[in-house]
Design a protein. Structure first.
Length: 140
């Protein structure tokens, strides 16, 4: 078994002791200061998920961790930033997609199909789709 020897800071001069005391007082003053709020750092706040009640909740450790992760303002802010980032990426990638333009119109149009190259046989095959139209049935 190997034993490790560690060196710790032990002041040996009066100036060292004064510095150690000053550091200890500063740490105590900082610890006694008011708790930070979510205005200073969003990770110190949370979202109110349920109305406040006078009785304490009985939670398991897993439930407490899940509630903390679900309701933490800092995590909510990061999730929204991530969604915004993905939306910006999709918007940028949209420029590389094809553009499809559709138009529609209603009306009554007359076209000379024979002039467009459709013979009587082709026109006759589609005559059943247009009741009341005067088509001549082509020969088969």
């Amino acid at each position: 078994m190997k034993v490790r020897r560690e060196e710790h800071f032990v002041p040996r001069t009066p100036a060292g002791w004064l510095l150690a005391v000053f550091a200890a007082v500063a740490l105590c003053a900082q610890a006694g200061a008011q708790n930070p709020t979510s205005a200073e750092n969003p990770f110190w706040g949370s979202v109110t998920a349920q109305p406040v009640s006078g009785e304490p909740l009985k939670l398991s450790l897993d439930d407490a961790i899940q509630r903390g992760l679900k309701n933490n303002l800092g995590l909510k802010e990061v999730e929204n930033e991530e969604k915004s980032y993905h939306a910006e990426v999709n918007e940028a990638l949209q420029l590389f997609l094809p553009t499809i333009t559709l138009t529609g119109d209603t009306g009554y149009y007359m076209h000379d199909l024979a002039a467009l190259g459709f013979g009587p046989k082709v026109i006759g095959e589609f005559s059943s789709l247009f009741p009341g139209a005067r088509f001549r049935r082509g020969c088969r």
